[in-house]
Design a protein around this ligand. Sequence first.
Ligand code: AMP
Length: 206
Amino acid sequence: MTTPAQSSHVDAPAARRLLIVGPPGAGKGTQAARIAEALDIPAISTGDIFRANVSGQTELGVLAKSYMDKGEYVPDSVTNDMVRSRLAEDDAHGGFLLDGYPRTLPQVDALDAVLTDLGASLDAVLLLEVDNDAVVERLVARGAEQGRSDDTEETIRRRLEVYAEQTAPLIDVYEQRGLVRRVDGMASIDEVTASLLDVLGAPASR
Ligand code: AMP
């Protein structure tokens, strides 16, 4: 008889440690909030943490804004430190859904190191697949609705380029680890949520 794999967090047998990946405008934030609620884990969005710091005019916010407004990534060292402290918080012990991190290969290594230190490992990487033209349309609309200063057409184009150059390669890394679960992100919001819960083997939400 083999014994089941032991987790260091014996109090959280249903722990879910998840990533959600996809190009800007794929609906990661919307879906992350829904999936996190259904699984009772925190959704941790690096973009949201940066935006909160921008609003609060913190030192981190001022630095982050200078990259965000150009559609570039905030430097890895800054982002990695921020995620390391966030994952060490109590609410992340039973699982988490990271939205928008990792986005570069060095961030993959940094996340691996953090998880090793926490005695944890990833369960799945949710990949939202969308059509590029549709994504540009969605983002232009969101920029107008929410007044996001990085949702202008020029910045959107740069963000899609940066995603293709720096983030798309991560999918191969996680694919080799057998973690990637692909979902069609072009369906309705409810249908995408249902598909995500389905690939996770979680019961459909209310
Ligand atoms: P998001 O809300 O995830 O689209 O992120 C908005 C912006 O925040 C990105 O375009 C980047 O400038 C910055 N950002 C968010 N997450 C990261 C990350 N993991 N690494 C570097 N920059 C990030």
